[in-house]
Design a protein around this ligand. Sequence first.
Ligand code: BGC
Length: 711
Amino acid sequence: MSNLVDRLMAAMTLEEKLGQLNMIDAGQPPYEREELHRQIRAGRVGSLLNTYGMEDVDAQQRMAVEESRLRIPLLFGYDVLHGHRTIFPLPIAEACAFDPDLWERTARASVEEAGRDGLTLTFAPMLDVCRDPRWGRIAEGPGEDAHVAARYAESKVRGFQGSDLAARETMAATAKHFVAYGAPAGGRDYGSADISERQLAETYMPPFEAAVRAGVAAIMPSFNDLAGVPMTANGALLNGWARNRWGFKGVMVSDYTAIVELIAHGIAADIAEAAAQALNAGVDISMQDQAFVLGIPDALRRGLVEMETIDRAVRRVLELKARLGLFDDPRRRLAAPPLTQKEKSGLSALAREAARRSAVLLKNERNVLPLARDTKRIAVIGPLGDDPLQMFGCWFAAAGFESATIVQGLRAALPGTEVRHVAGTHIYEPGESGIAEAVEAARGAELVILALGETKEMTGEAQGRGHLDLPGSQRALAEAVLALGRPTVAVICAGRPLTLPWLFERADAALATWFLGSEAGHGIADILTGSHNPGGKLCVTWPYDVAQIPIFHSQRPTGRPANPDVYFCNRHVDLPIPPQFPFGHGLSYTRYAVRGLSATPDEFGPDQTLQVEAEIANEGERAGEETVFLFLRDPVAEVGRPVMELKAFAKVALQPGERGKVRFALAPSDLDYLGRDLKPRRDAGGFEILVGPSADRTRLASVKVRMRADG
Ligand code: BGC
């Protein structure tokens, strides 16, 4: 294989080399179709994005491997984020399932469809930890916690890449966006992230490190700057951390036109300088701006880059193509037999399973849920009740237009029940003329489902919001319906937590469904009707008010902790101290209790593994699956450690009345932290281990352990 790469390297002209570093969006300017094809034949384009489907991929791949001088195959990249043709829940939703096995299975299932469409590189997983739901892209990532994001990273990389990238059922994964993209000032996308080195190392780096350890094939630097240095040119982190410290051997692909944007960032005067800085920092492929093709020849003449650096990048791209088996058979994935009806049904079943396991039951009073199966009339009120396009979320272009809506799901699940839908108002355009009809429909129903939220377009890239309430006239609609006093369930469709304290106060039940994908409505109906006992838990702290942001469970302690009875303390005087719902919150139709927490040995040496065990009892009447969290509290260290730090989570499935054990093994490294010099420390002394259903301190069992100095 490397013989082949060596041979190609020796044969390539500079223009052909730069062609390998050039990724072009097939559907966009600057190239018309004919011109793009000319460029491919001339070897001036090495990969495409946003082209998929047998016909186009095959035709363009043939141009590369049959008509270009060196016959080097193209890479086909695409944002397969949460499904390809079958759409799975948004990442923020799927993270709430807290199930690494599910995360892996949905990634693998996406490849089944994406590979048959000729795609070889996905721009996923998105690993940006985010503690500010104003940022629209919180929807695309696994939430607020570094440990969860790291587990998510490994699962997704395994799911996309399998164990051998050359196998047909694989595609190369891209860990993005490296790094701290989820921390832009004010939640405004693309903005500067000015965070401490400690925060960077403790919170934002771990998921990327986990992806690299899992063998991720590519990394995408983020659009943002970090304290003034745009990530696309941040050699200290791209080459320094990812390649040198972690040993990343793969390809770095810039974000869309990010290299030329270095000029607007104010660190390059022209495209040659921009291209040189990105290449020297470790970027191998320029996405869409042709920065390397256009800028590097000049940069070479001006002595801004070395030929050796160009060669290293080209070699990495060729090696990725070789690892994907593209030189052996560029049509391998395309030639897979079409999915059988049974396989397609399997994908739908998985999408439905993922949907019902990702929704989070936030509130359930007066036993309103699960709804009584003999309910005769249900009114679904709200603009998100029956809109098939809205259920998809951010990335769904290959999916067509049909997803299962809430109304469809309920009608299918309850054939004997009349399910009436009245939108009542538009999602975001103000207008109250439909409210009277909605109220009438609600009045005639035994149960009302308020289907409210934001549009899928309000989540994702460039969708920072300053207010996290319901857009348009939805609040007026909801209040008019709630005034009837009917049993009412709020179903909230959104890519982020919305601050709706009035709704959580007045609705009998509330279900956060995020955007659940192709099978959304069926998954939601499974929960509403009780054929599935909900088990989703929040992967983000749900604020009560935008002004509480940033709010997350692993805050650092203060000398004057928040306390409603204390004058001089860490709080806003005009806001509640706790969030609306803590990290890990999520109800079910049964009750669980955690008992008998133990940690052995209670005194241990610095090389010894700690065994933590607890009993979980299902004390209700329904079978269910509980997620149990293990947090660590290190009360004395060189630097203040978070009030609680998530170290592990586990799921236990229990029949009614059943008791089960949950066991965690804590390695000594799990107790490590970064000292004042940002170097790892393992301190002797006491630790507290907290185990329970969420980050609500009052619901956690705790046990103290002590690490000896000697071992
Ligand atoms: C986004 C990336 C995405 C790329 C290609 C960019 O605008 O930031 O997440 O992978 O476009 O679609």
